[in-house]
Design a protein around this ligand. Structure first.
Ligand SMILES: Nc1ncnc2c1ncn2[C@@H]1O[C@H](COP(=O)(O)OP(=O)(O)OP(=O)(O)O)[C@@H](O)[C@H]1O
Ligand SMILES: [Mg+2]
Length: 351
């Protein structure tokens, strides 16, 4: 049985309005790290707060470690759910030193045990030498690790983190993605992390849950989600993509589009005439005599690659140019004609 189970979880703040979270079903395995990813207002924080017990669901059930913590006739208070929470602003107590901050949730423990556990979790986050400092004497990344240490101290079954990386600059953010997952794995804790940043989500999680308007769009491992987005929303929210309308060929393996025939990664088992395909920019490879060709309308350098907007021959003016990536060492100029091939592995049919 799954370790955390959300069944038909729904939250309506106001009657008659679309629910903030709408019949959400989700299962987490023990030790799994999952992220809730989606645009602002899609219901991520509300979901997290319902799991924690800070928000009362309108309907549905929540089970943690086999115990029902919420249902129509049960409501276990937050402190009895075995949950550790890391808030977006870390919420450290400014007047308590680091050791006391970390011991905060251990008030029922014996003093010696408390000190021992504080030392353990401070070692786990690599800040054992900072026990006597105060929060304002730490950097953002260090404060975040203290907030995580405090959440982990009472040995929770599940750690919930709301936008844990949003207060950090780009460099520190990357380091913290690594640190947070390493720490959670070492502590063997199940984790739910909320973010609106796809890179955060992909870097830290076993599986990603993409939400939109309170509804789950797809649950998948990062690689699978990138290669096989289920619908247009996921394809566009998770990375960049080219979405083309087309009709399926009778071989069920190709799609006719305005730029030509596109090969799918595998043969489909049923005929759907009108379809949409998502083609990742990485799936378009410049080639001397590629199957597709067009004019370069725009070049954007990112440092890691060049993003080309290519207007394909024969495509009507109304169609968007194709976005394709070219290696940084390649000379490509606006106005040039380029030709490319498309790797079927980075093509997906989407709803
Ligand atoms: N206490 C509240 N009362 C009324 N509406 C609320 C309340 N809390 C959240 N909402 C609404 O519920 C929806 C979901 O909000 P939520 O905070 O879960 O979004 P989110 O995905 O965390 O967004 P963000 O990325 O901006 O933090 C929003 O439309 C929000 O306005
Ligand atoms: Mg939020």
């Amino acid at each position: 049985m799954s370790f955390v189970q959300l069944e038909q979880l729904t939250k309506s703040f106001e009657r008659g309005q679309v629910p903030a979270v709408n019949q959400l079903n989700l299962q987490l395995e023990k030790g799994e790290i999952m992220t809730l990813l989606g645009p602002s207002g899609c219901g991520k924080t509300t979901t997290l707060r319902m799991i924690a017990g800070f928000e009362q669901p309108t309907s549905g059930t929540i089970k943690i470690g086999g115990q029902t913590v919420y249902s129509s006739d049960t409501s276990v208070p937050p402190e009895k759910r075995g949950i550790g929470m890391v808030f977006q602003d870390y919420a450290l107590f400014p007047h308590l030193n680091i050791e006391k901050n970390v011991m905060f949730g251990l008030n029922k423990w014996k003093v010696r045990e408390r000190k021992k556990r504080a030392r353990e979790v401070l070692e786990l986050v690599g800040l054992e030498d900072y026990a006597t400092r105060f929060p304002n004497e730490l950097s953002g990344g260090q404060q975040q690790r203290i907030a995580l240490a405090r959440a982990l101290a009472p040995r929770p079954h599940v750690v919930l983190m709301d936008e844990p990386f949003s207060n950090l600059d780009a460099g520190l953010r990357e380091k913290m993605r690594y640190d947070v997952t390493t720490i959670l794995r070492k502590a063997e804790t199940t984790g739910v992390i909320v973010t609106h940043d796809q890179k955060d989500a992909f870097a830290v999680s076993d599986r990603v849950v993409v939400m939109n308007e309170g509804v789950i769009q797809q649950v998948a491992a990062p690689k699978e989600m990138y290669k096989c987005p289920k619908n247009c929303f996921v394809a566009q929210f998770v990375g960049k993509t080219n979405l083309l309308s087309g009709t399926m060929c009778s071989d069920l393996k190709h799609v006719n589009t305005h730029i030509g025939k596109i090969c799918l990664p595998e043969r489909k088992d049923k005929m759907i005439e009108d379809v949409k395909v998502s083609i990742r920019p990485e799936g378009c490879m410049l080639a001397d005599e590629g199957r597709y060709s067009g004019n370069v309308e725009h070049v954007t350098y990112s440092g890691e690659y060049q993003e080309l907007a290519v207007r394909l021959k024969g495509a009507e003016m109304t169609n968007e140019p194709m976005i394709i990536y070219a290696p940084i060492e390649q000379d490509v100029e606006v106005g040039a004609v380029v030709s490319f091939d498309i790797k079927p592995e980075l093509v997906a049919l989407v709803d």
